[in-house]
Design a protein around this ligand. Structure first.
Ligand code: HEC
Length: 108
């Protein structure tokens, strides 16, 4: 499967609407079902501060979020971390994943 690259952060921001039911992008806002994604790019997988509902599947995954890992995760969360609590089927379109990743990079 083609890896996402060259994403458009503006398009990613629009695509993020489907993530907002569960994710804020604000450190001060309370966590929803999922952690705030502020600063997630480059951070330890399963390590957002102030969120203590990680599954063992995700918090036990070593490494930091980079393009390749986010691309795999967003393609099929349950394949990247079997047993994850992120109840989300995935984003099949590589362009849309690239856009989302470009947007996540802007959340600092
Ligand atoms: C139904 C709720 C829900 C939806 C929709 C959802 N997520 Fe999540 N997300 C979660 C949960 C819950 C976790 C924590 C998973 C775990 O611990 O296994 C998570 C974790 C993550 C993480 C890892 C965070 C970390 O600290 O390592 C990223 C990145 C992420 N989601 C991105 C997205 C994106 C991008 C979308 C939209 C395309 C999305 N999510 C849609 C609930 C959701």
């Amino acid at each position: 499967m083609a890896q996402a690259s060259g994403g458009d952060a503006q398009a990613g921001k629009k695509a993020f609407i489907q993530c907002q039911a569960c994710h804020t992008v604000d450190a001060k806002a309370p966590s929803r079902m999922g952690p705030s994604l502020l600063g997630v790019y480059g951070a330890k997988i399963g390590g957002r501060p102030g969120y203590d509902h990680y599954s063992k599947a995700l918090s036990g995954t070593p490494g930091k979020w980079d393009d390749a890992k986010l691309d795999q995760w967003l393609t099929r969360p349950t394949k990247f971390a079997a047993g994850t609590s992120m109840a989300f089927a995935g984003v099949p379109d590589p362009k849309r994943r690239a856009d989302l990743i470009a947007y996540l990079k802007t959340l600092k």
